[in-house]
Design a protein around this ligand. Structure first.
Ligand code: ZN
Length: 478
C-alpha cells in the first residue's frame, strides 16, 4: 500500500528541473576550445561567481544565459606585455579578447601605489613586475616618464644608486611584483654585474626575469650579444628568463635569435619568448634606442620612422626636433619571414607590447589578438586555431604559474578555473587598428567575460563594470 507521504516523495524525486543546480551565468551551445585538454567540441559552460563550475553536453540552468551557438568559446587571452594600463587601453584590450593584461617588461616602482590606483577600477585583470628601469629612473633622478631620457641613459649608476635600485626591486617583489622587468636597452650603461645580481635575486625568489635585451638587432654588438648576456645569467643563477618581442629584438637576425633560445631550452635552461604580429616596432624617440648607430642596428633610415602624434614620416630635421620634445615613434623593418618564423615556433607566446595614448600609438595595442585569429589563422592558415589559442592562453599562464599559483586557474576551460572567457565568431574576427588609425577596436568578439561578468555583450562594451582583479606575486620569506 502506498501512503500519501510516499506519493509525495516519489513526485518530488520525479521533478528534476526544480532540483537542478542554477548557475549565475551559462554560455550555451558554443564550440569550446581548450589548449590544455585539447577539448574541441560543443559544450555548455556554467559559471558560479568568478569560477567555471560546469562543462557539460547537457543543458544547464542559468540566471543569465548567453547563446554562444556558432561561436568559439576559449579562455580569455593573457597579455604578458601590456604597457597601456589605463581605462582607454583596457577597453581596447577587452574588444581584442584580452581578459588579463600584465606590464612585465618595464614593470613598476613602487609596486603598492601601482596596484592601489587600479584596484576596483579595472575592466580586466591587471598586474606588473618589479621594474628595474623605473627603479633606475627614481634613484638616478632621470627626467623621463615611461622610459629614461637623460641621467639613466648617459651614465652608470654610482655604487650608492646601484644599492638603492637593488633594494627597490627587492621591495617590489616582496610587495607583489610578478617578477623582475628589465628594459636593458633603455639603461645601456648599467653594469653587467648589477644585472647578474638581480638575476640571482630572481632565482632565489623563484620569479622570472622579463627582458628587453641590452643589445638588439643587427650590427655589433647586436641581438646575439644581447641574448648571450641574459642566457648566461639564467644558466649561472637558475633564474627563469623571458625575452620580450623577439622579432623586434632580432629583426633580420630573428632566425639566429630563435636558434639561441631553442638551444638554451634544449639544454635545460628555462627561456621563453614572445612576438607581436606586425612589421614595425614602437618606442620613445628620446630613448637610448635612437642613440648613435640606430640606423645600422635596426637596418632602417629616417623614412622608416613615423611620429605617432601626427602620422608623418621623419626626416633628419624632424628627427632632431622631435627627439628633443620626446614621444612615441613607429619603427618599420621587421621582415615578414622573420615574423612567420617566430609564429611557427611551438613555444612562442603572443604578447602585444601595446600602448595607446589618447587614440595614438601602435595598432598592436588594439589589434594583436584579432589580427592573429583573423589574418594569420583564417586568411593565411599560418597557424591552426588551437595553436594560436595556446599562444594566447595556456602558454602565458604556464609562464607564470610556478611562482604565482593563481595563474594555474587562468588560460584554461576547466572546472574550477577562473571564469575569464571569450566567445568569438571565427569567420568574422579581425583587427581594425592600423598605423594611421591605431585605436580602432577589433571586431568579432561577441562576448568577453572577466571574473564571471560579461564586459563585452553582443559585441558591445558594458559600461560601469570593473570586474578586473589584481594578479599579484606571492611573497615567501627569504
Ligand atoms: Zn621593449
Amino acid at each position: 500500500m502506498i501512503t500519501k507521504a510516499t506519493r509525495l516523495l516519489i513526485s518530488a524525486l520525479l521533478a528534476p528541473p526544480l532540483l537542478a543546480q542554477q548557475y549565475d551565468l551559462v554560455l550555451t551551445g558554443g564550440r569550446a576550445m581548450d589548449p590544455e585538454s585539447n577539448l574541441d567540441a560543443i559544450r555548455n559552460i556554467g559559471i558560479t561567481g568568478n569560477r567555471i563550475a560546469a562543462i557539460s553536453t547537457s543543458p544547464l540552468l542559468g540566471r543569465e544565459v548567453i547563446d554562444a551557438k556558432g561561436l568559439i568559446v576559449a579562455p580569455g587571452f593573457i597579455d604578458l606585455h601590456s604597457h597601456g594600463q589605463t581605462p582607454e587601453n583596457y577597453r581596447l584590450k577587452a574588444y581584442d579578447g584580452v581578459t588579463t593584461a600584465l606590464e612585465l617588461e618595464i614593470g613598476a616602482a613602487p609596486i603598492p601605489a601601482w596596484y592601489a590606483s587600479r584596484e576596483g577600477k579595472a575592466l580586466i585583470n591587471f598586474g606588473a613586475s618589479a621594474g628595474y628601469v623605473p627603479a633606475c629612473m627614481a634613484a638616478m633622478h632621470d627626467t623621463g616618464t615611461l622610459l629614461p631620457r637623460d641621467q639613466a641613459v648617459t651614465r652608470r649608476p654610482t655604487d650608492t644608486e646601484s644599492r638603492q635600485i637593488f633594494e627597490s626591486v627587492r621591495a617590489g617583489l616582496e610587495q607583489g611584483g610578478l617578477g623582475i622587468g628589465f628594459g636593458l636597452e633603455y639603461v645601456p650603461k648599467v653594469a653587467h654585474k648589477d644585472v647578474f645580481d638581480l638575476f640571482e635575486l630572481a632565482a632565489k625568489r623563484g620569479v622570472p626575469c622579463f627582458v628587453h635585451l641590452r643589445h638588439q638587432g643587427l650590427g655589433e654588438p647586436g641581438v646575439v650579444a644581447g641574448l648571450q648576456e641574459v642566457i648566461a645569467n639564467s644558466a649561472a643563477t637558475g633564474a627563469s628568463l623571458h625575452v620580450v618581442h623577439i622579432t623586434s629584438a632580432g629583426r633580420g637576425l630573428t632566425a639566429i635569435a630563435l636558434k639561441m633560445i631553442e638551444g638554451a631550452r634544449s639544454r635545460g635552461i628555462d627561456v621563453s619568448t614572445e612576438f607581436y604580429p606586425y612589421p614595425a616596432a614602437m618606442t620613445s624617440l628620446e630613448s637610448a634606442v635612437f642613440d648613435e648607430g640606430w640606423q645600422e642596428r635596426m637596418g632602417v633610415s629616417y623614412n622608416d620612422l613615423i611620429w605617432t602624434k601626427t602620422g608623418e614620416r621623419l626626416t633628419p630635421e624632424t628627427f632632431a626636433r622631435y627627439r628633443k620634445v620626446g614621444g612615441m615613434t613607429i619603427i618599420y623593418g621587421i621582415p615578414e619571414p622573420m615574423l612567420r618564423l617566430a609564429m611557427a615556433a611551438p613555444y612562442t607566446i603572443v604578447a602585444s607590447d601595446g600602448l595607446i595614448e589618447e587614440g595614438r600609438g601602435h595598432p598592436r595595442g588594439a589589434g594583436t589578438y584579432a589580427r592573429i585569429l583573423g589574418r594569420y589563422v583564417r586568411q593565411e592558415h599560418a597557424l591552426t586555431l588551437m595553436d594560436a589559442l595556446r599562444k594566447m592562453t595556456l602558454l602565458p599562464a604556464q609562464r607564470l604559474e610556478k611562482p604565482i599559483p593563481a595563474m594555474s586557474r587562468k588560460g584554461r576551460i576547466r572546472v574550477g578555473a577562473d571564469a575569464d572567457l571569450v566567445a568569438f565568431d571565427a569567420a568574422r574576427v579581425i583587427d581594425r587598428a592600423t598605423f594611421t588609425d591605431p585605436a580602432l577596436p577589433s571586431e568579432g568578439f561577441a562576448y568577453v567575460v572577466v571574473q564571471g561578468q560579461p564586459v563585452i555583450r553582443g559585441g558591445q562594451l558594458q559600461t560601469g563594470r570593473y570586474p578586473g582583479r589584481a594578479v599579484r606575486g606571492v611573497s615567501p620569506a627569504f
